[in-house]
Design a protein around this ligand. Structure first.
Ligand code: NAP
Length: 241
């Protein structure tokens, strides 16, 4: 049995990796999930273990309900509890809506929104038994303000925000808090092809965010407060002021 366990989906790279490391630094054992890049997942597990905690990577596609439920049940069986869930895994399939294929619509909704359903439902069963838990969903400023070329992604992230607020209301009586972080432009593989100089011109803090900037906010919502629930924290260098 772990003393405290954090589960981070998409925890092998980018923002999820930074969140996983931040939770390990707080003394949490950490289970990360990933979709296919085993090398990155193994490297992250090694880095987590170097921080003196238990760490493991589980490969499953969060858009697959059966595979996700099975994997989470195994995690619960092994560790006995889940204290923090970071619903972070996500993808983009950008394009103007007029030409957006059904395949690209479905891929983003199924991973970024339904994925959170698939992961959260088995996780809250154990959190409800514990009568404690904290969930942080990785939204995006695009889910609040929209973005041309990202109708699928914006719809999924807006959905995730509604999901966050509704679950916060449903689960508060069980001492489970549910919040979201809405990052702006963060330097990861997901944004590597964007014109960062042009974007930076519009950011008051005059830089793109780092994965650690987001992990700081996730850590705060997950463990640094006990009275914040149903909130969406924008972490965007002032871009949306
Ligand atoms: P990233 O570098 O592309 O990493 C994505 C992670 O998600 C990887 O660990 C990947 O696993 C995993 N993943 C993708 N699809 C999955 C699936 N179906 N099942 C399980 N795992 C899956 O992305 P990132 O930039 O760190 O973004 C992380 C989250 O922040 C996403 O939800 C994204 O929408 C959100 N976000 C990012 C930005 C930004 O500027 N980067 C801004 C706003 C919001 P593999 O390594 O195996 O592929």
């Amino acid at each position: 049995m772990s003393e405290k366990l954090a589960l981070v989906t998409g925890g092998s790279r980018g923002i999820g990796k930074a969140c996983a490391l931040a939770m390990a630094k707080e003394g949490y054992d950490v289970v990360i999930n990933y979709a296919g890049n085993e090398e990155a997942a193994n490297k992250t597990v090694t880095e987590l273990k170097q921080l003196g905690v238990e760490a493991e990577a589980y490969k499953f596609d969060i858009s697959d309900n059966t595979a996700t439920t099975e994997a989470i049940n195994k995690i619960v069986e092994k560790y006995g509890r889940i204290d923090v869930l970071v619903n972070n895994a996500g993808i983009t399939r950008d394009g103007l809506f007029l030409r957006m294929t059904k395949e690209n619509w479905d891929a983003v909704i199924n991973t970024n929104l339904t994925g959170a359903y698939n992961v959260t439902q088995p996780v809250i069963k154990v959190m409800m038994k514990q009568r404690s838990g904290s969930i942080v969903n990785m939204a995006s400023i695009v889910g609040i303000y929209g973005n041309a070329g990202q109708a699928n992604y914006a719809a999924a992230k807006a959905g995730l925000i509604g999901f966050t607020k509704s679950l916060a209301k449903e689960l508060a009586s069980r001492n489970i808090r549910v919040n979201a972080v809405a990052p702006g432009f963060i330097q990861t593989d997901m944004t590597k092809d964007l014109d960062s100089e042009k974007i930076t011109e519009h950011i008051p803090l005059k830089r793109l965010g780092t994965a650690d900037d987001i992990a700081d906010a996730v850590k705060f919502l997950a463990t640094g407060t006990t009275y914040v629930t149903g909130q969406v924290l924008q972490v965007d260098g002032g871009l949306t002021i």
